[in-house]
Each structure stands twice: as structure tokens, then as C-alpha cells.
Design a binder for this molecule. Structure first.
Ligand code: PHE
Length: 447
């Protein structure tokens, strides 16, 4: 059977944007930015996205398009008889770890959406949102139901295929998401006191830049948010043909991803400041703080409904790109049908996620790595170790294993004035920076 392809380059771009824009832009970005000084963090983050992230995105997509295979197969095909294909295993492993907790958190968003649809969250629940959230995530089977539902939706899209499943879904999701988030941002800006939030987001507090942790947080956020290093972008690139030019496409994806991060910052921070909440309240910002804020707003119930609908959509379009990584791999090595590969892989991820979810309930107190709970431990191994290692392998592969002419040709940069700049970044700058994140992740720098 011929390998599947995107129907159009636009379809690929929407799917790649769908992969990039997700919990990372809304849930993770807002609390990491809030904890790391707002405007200063935004500047450093944008600097990393444009200087390192987009060049690496181009690199990752180009490997897939050149090889026309999955994350393991691409390395094997382009460098037969060498151990490079091992780097693909980091991606496959990361996909299992990330999707199993991603689906649990995305399941929480779907639950919140339901609570707004049913009207329960139109008024503050008894004991407040903190108690409501805590009670929900520590319940044994309730969050599992929403995690299962989210996983079923993810599998349902992936098993249909590239064109009719992933591409078609993203063609609906992405424009909807854009309209919803821009609408929410516009509304947020009309709130009294909103300007303080805008200032927090756009007026850099330069003193935050003296803290080395800000740079590392920003670099890590750029990686996670652009879906880099796992092979999701590589696998999506493998459904492209040579006629689709990559540099403009990858710049478009990077710009859109940052745009959505900024937009969700504009949704969240003005509201946070208008209601006098501390922006550095951490991961619960979205699930505890925001509903409390929505409650006090005019039409807050509708705003909450739209917000959690957008969050669920954004998570779904990212989750399908994560599931596609092992699905493409298993379809090739085991000759499974797409249906079989999606259902089996998704079910294993559901089971792994079960452990993550129970980590907030009956398994509370289990901390596999240091003082991290189960979810944080999986995020740590995947995001801080496997993603940087995968990204490093891709940069070294294209920068050092390929000849310069091959690298430029693979990325459609032959004869392009940006070619040498891109090459220098991928060969030297990106590897050095990734090694720095990696050392930080395993605590060698102690920063
Ligand atoms: N980029 C996605 C987000 O921001 C998460 C993701 C990470 C997706 C790695 C694919 C690969 O939510």
C-alpha cells in the first residue's frame, strides 16, 4: 500500500500548528511565564523560538520528508548500518510517557467543559474551586472516565488516517480555536484593570533576566511548545512530498505557535490582574484560578465554557500528533493496520495514564524520582531528558552526519541566503544549547 500523504501543504501546516498549539501554550505557558517574570520570560522565550526552535523545526521536518518514514525508520533509512536509528527510540518512548499524562490533564479540561455545559460551574461550587479541583482529581474513577473519553477521541481521529482523520480534524479545529482564543483575548482586554496584565506580559521586568533559571525555563518551554525532539513533526513531515517547500512552512508554524502563546497570555493575565490574583500561582492557574475569575466576570459562565472548549480542542490536536509517532512506527515494523496500531497503542497509553491519574488519589505520595509525583516524574523523564536528547540527535544527524550540501538540499535551503545561518545554528549553536538544558535536567549544573 502506498504511504499516506497530506492532501495539501496547508493541511500539513494546520496539522503541525495543531500539534504545536496545545496544553503547552495555554496551561504550561501561563504558569511558567507567571513564575518567571512575565515580560522578561516572554522575550527570552520568543528569542529561543526564533533562533533555535524554528531552525530545529525545519531540521526535524526535513528528516521525515527526505526519508518518508517514521521516527525510527527515518534514521535507519538515511544512515543504514549505523546506530543512528536508536535516537528514534527516544521519540517513541517519549510519546508513550507524554501522551499518558497529557491525556489525563486534557481529560480534566473536558471535565471542566462538561461542568460549564451543565451549568454547575456558573456559580462557585461549595468550598471553592480549589476544593472542587482537588476532590475531582483525587477521586478514583471520575478522572479516569474523562481520561478514557479523551483517549478514545484521540484514537478515533488517528485511526481514520492522515487525510481524512488528522488533516480533516485540524482543518476544523484550528480556525475554530483561533476565533475562540482571539474572541476571549478581546473580551479579557475590556475588563477593568486589564492593562496591568498587559503590562506584566509585555513590559519586561529586566531584573528577572539575571536569573539563569529563566533562560532554561524559556528554552524548555520553546521545545515543548513547538513539539520538538519527539518525532511528531518528523512523522508529519514524512507525509509531505518534495514539492512542498519547507522553510516558509516551518516559519509559519513557529510564528503561529508563538502567536497563540501570546494570545493565551492576553486571555489569562489581564483577567488574573483584574481580579487581583498572583500570576505565579503555578500549574493550578488554569484549573483553580481561572474558574474563580470567570465566576466574577459578567457572562463568566459562557467565557469559562468557551475557554475550556478551546483548551480541549487544542489538546486534542496535539494529542493526535503524539499518538501518530508510535502508530506510524508500529504500522511499519509489525505490519499492523492503522486501526489496530491506533487502538493498541492508545490503550497502552490509557493504562499508563491510569497510573498517572491514580497518582493524585490512592497512589498519592508515590514519588518515583526525587520529590516528584508520578505525573511530574514522567514529565521529567520525557520533557527534560528524552526530548532534548531526541532534538540533539536530530541536530547532530543533519549538522554532522549529512554533508553540508545534503543538509541544505534536504531543507530546501540550497542557494538561500539563510542557508549558512541555519546550518551554523544546527551544527553548533543548537547542540550546545540542548546540552545545556540536558545537563540542567539531570542536575549537573545545579541551576
Ligand atoms: N506542543 C504540544 C503543546 O504545546 C505538546 C507536544 C509536545 C506535542 C511534544 C507533540 C510533541 O501542548
Amino acid at each position: 500500500m502506498a504511504r499516506e500523504k497530506w492532501a495539501s501543504k496547508l493541511g500539513f501546516m494546520l496539522a503541525a500548528m495543531g500539534s504545536a498549539v496545545g496544553l503547552g501554550n495555554i496551561w504550561r505557558f501561563s504558569y511558567v511565564a507567571g513564575e518567571n517574570g512575565g515580560g522578561a520570560f516572554l522575550l527570552v522565550y520568543l528569542f529561543f523560538v526564533f533562533v533555535i526552535g524554528i531552525p530545529l523545526l525545519l531540521t526535524e521536518v526535513s528528516i521525515g520528508r527526505k526519508a518518508q518514514s517514521d521516527v525510527v525508520g527515518s534514521f535507519a533509512k538515511l544512515s543504514p548500518g549505523t546506530p543512528w536509528f536508536f535516537s528514534g527510540f527516544f521519540g517513541v518512548a517519549a510519546s508513550f510517557l507524554i501522551l499518558s499524562f497529557y491525556s489525563v490533564v486534557a481529560g480534566w479540561s473536558v471535565y471542566y467543559l462538561w461542568k460549564y455545559v451543565s451549568g454547575d460551574f456558573f456559580t462557585t461550587p461549595e468550598g471553592g474551586y480549589e476544593a472542587a479541583f482537588g476532590g475531582f482529581i483525587s477521586h478514583t474513577w471520575q478522572p479516569l472516565f474523562w481520561h478514557a473519553l479523551f483517549m478514545v477521541m484521540t484514537i478515533g481521529i488517528v485511526l481514520v488516517g492522515i487525510k481524512k482523520g488528522i488533516e480533516a480534524a485540524n482543518k476544523i479545529f484550528m480556525p475554530t480555536l483561533a476565533i475562540l482564543l482571539i474572541g476571549l483575548a478581546a473580551y479579557s482586554l475590556t475588563l477593568e484593570g486589564a492593562m496591568e496584565g498587559v503590562r506584566f506580559l509585555f513590559q519586561p521586568n529586566w531584573s528577572a533576566l539575571t536569573n539563569p533559571a529563566v533562560y532554561l525555563a524559556a528554552l524548555g518551554q520553546a521545545f515543548f511548545s513547538l513539539s520538538l525532539g519527539m518525532g511528531a513533526m518528523l512523522t508529519y513531515g514524512s507525509y509531505l512530498s518534495k514539492e512542498n517547500k519547507l522553510p516558509s512552512a516551518t516559519i509559519g508554524i513557529g510564528v503561529m505557535d508563538s502567536f497563540f502563546a501570546v494570545i493565551s497570555g492576553i486571555v489569562i493575565f489581564p483577567a488574573v490582574f483584574a481580579f487581583g490574583i498572583n500570576p505565579s500561582s503555578g500549574p493550578p492557574l488554569v484549573f483553580i484560578t481561572l474558574p474563580g475569575i470567570f465566576d466574577q466576570m459578567p457572562f463568566g459562565g459562557i467565557v469559562g465554557l468557551v475557554f475550556f472548549f478551546a483548551l480541549a480542542l487544542a489538546s486534542l490536536s496535539s494529542a493526535i500528533s503524539i499518538l501518530e509517532v508510535p502508530v506510524a512506527y508500529f504500522m511499519r515494523i509489525f505490519h499492523w493496520s492503522r486501526k489496530m496500531a491506533s487502538v493498541l497503542t492508545g490503550s497502552i497509553m490509557f493504562l499508563l495514564g491510569l497510573v498517572v491519574s491514580l497518582g493524585y488519589g490512592v497512589l498519592a505520595g508515590v514519588s518515583p524520582i526525587g520529590d516528584r509525583d508520578i505525573q511530574e516524574s514522567m514529565d521529567f523523564i520525557a520533557s527534560n531528558i528524552l526530548l532534548p536528547l531526541g532534538g540533539l540527535a536530530m541536530a547532530l544527524f543533519v549538522g554532522w552526519y549529512f554533508k553540508k550540501a545534503t543538509a541544505l538540499e534536504a531543507t530546501d535551503l540550497t542557494g538561500n541566503a539563510f542557508g549558512p545561518i541555519w546550518y551554523g545554528i544546527v551544527k553548533y549553536i543548537a547542540p550546545v544549547l540542548i546540552i545545556l538544558i540536558f545537563l540542567n535536567a539531570i542536575g549537573l549544573l545545579g541551576m
